[in-house]
Design a protein around this ligand. Structure first.
Ligand code: SF4
Ligand code: SF4
Length: 330
């Protein structure tokens, strides 16, 4: 049965027809997304909302003030996008196919290739367009916001919460989304739909059990059992978000890392199942893989611009990366 047959021609008066979730998932998988799930749009569960409010109250977001912005919208997607009925969560694999050689300075796996935001946005827009075509939903009319909205770090959305709600995986003790038998190296994105689907996924229960490997692996005590995440202690925060001086703890704990940190992910047993990504734009440049410590210490602005053109590493800017490198004595 063609899905178009079951659907009206616009987003108004659609209550008698619903979109088939299997159609959306099959489109998502055909476009290279590893996982796709769908949750009904609703305010975030009270317990999670309270935890988030308390986390902010304690100032745990450190200098990431954006995490406190648009709080009510963050805790209720129906305020963020009035009319949203369903939230599609998508995961794209970034487990690296090539690594920087051991003993050289390291960069978090997600930032080895081109900036994932561009890739995710492009893929999600393509998927949104296919859904819109399939169900004859008007998109991008002049002076009108699109009726289907795509987000990847571009709006106040609790992405891991929605991914768990949509049955993709669970938020582990390392605060990453863990996909069973696949690991946590996934970019997440959301598509907000202005209509219901015929089936919603069940949230995935937490399967961390008694494991505490990520806690043991964290060199800065950013994750502590039964405590909130201490973002300010985390190396990812210190090496990327912190625009000031690195904390003494970070300097002592960073080892060979100069951008981000993967230790609580690589320690997670579920990442043993990770399969290397095959996305061309996520592959590291040969020049990056051949960087020696000596080259890093002599890095010029021009070389930095060439090496990281279109890369997420640009977030830290040349000065920030230099700050991280010069902590190391050479
Ligand atoms: S990213 Fe590194 S520093 Fe941050 S919580 Fe994980 S292991 Fe700890
Ligand atoms: S290392 Fe263990 S406790 Fe930590 S996220 Fe993975 S399964 Fe959960």
């Amino acid at each position: 049965m063609s899905s178009i047959d079951t659907f009206n021609t616009n987003t108004h008066g659609m209550d008698s027809s619903v979109v088939q979730s299997s159609v959306i998932k099959s489109l998502a998988h055909s476009m290279g997304f590893f996982a796709c799930g769908i949750a009904k749009a609703a305010p975030v569960d009270e317990v999670i909302a309270l935890k988030y409010r308390q986390w902010l109250k304690k100032g745990e977001e450190a200098s990431m003030a954006y995490m406190a912005n648009y709080l009510e919208k963050r805790l209720n997607p129906c305020l963020l996008v009035p009319g949203v009925r369903s939230i599609i969560s998508l995961a794209l694999n970034y487990a690296p196919a090539q690594q920087i050689p051991e003993g050289e300075y390291q960069i978090a796996a997600y930032a080895l290739g081109q900036d994932y935001h561009d890739l995710m946005k492009r893929k999600m827009r393509e998927l949104a367009t296919k859904i819109a075509e399939q169900y004859q939903i008007p998109q991008n009319k002049e002076d009108e916001k699109p009726t289907i909205r795509c987000f990847c770090d571009t709006a106040p959305v609790l992405e891991r919460y929605w991914a768990q709600k949509a049955g993709l995986g669970w938020v582990g003790r390392n605060h990453q989304l863990i996909i069973p038998h696949a690991g946590s190296m996934f970019f997440l994105g959301e598509i907000f739909l202005p209509f219901d689907t015929d089936n919603y996924d069940e949230p995935m229960p937490n399967r961390c059990g008694r494991c505490h490997r990520c806690i043991d692996a964290c060199p800065t005590r950013a994750i502590i059992p039964d405590e909130d995440f201490h973002a300010e202690r985390c190396l990812s925060y210190q090496l990327i978000e912190n625009r000031g001086e690195l904390s003494d703890e970070a300097k002592a704990a960073m080892g060979d890392t100069i951008y981000g940190c993967d230790r609580c992910q690589t320690a997670c047993p579920w990442n043993r199942y990770a399969t290397p990504n095959t996305e061309p734009t996520l592959q590291p440049k040969p020049e990056l893989l051949s960087m020696s410590k000596e080259k890093w210490h002599n890095l010029t602005v021009e070389e930095y611009q060439r090496l990281f053109k279109g890369s997420a590493v640009k977030r830290v800017k040349f000065e920030g990366l230099k700050r991280n490198i010069t902590v190391k004595k050479f």
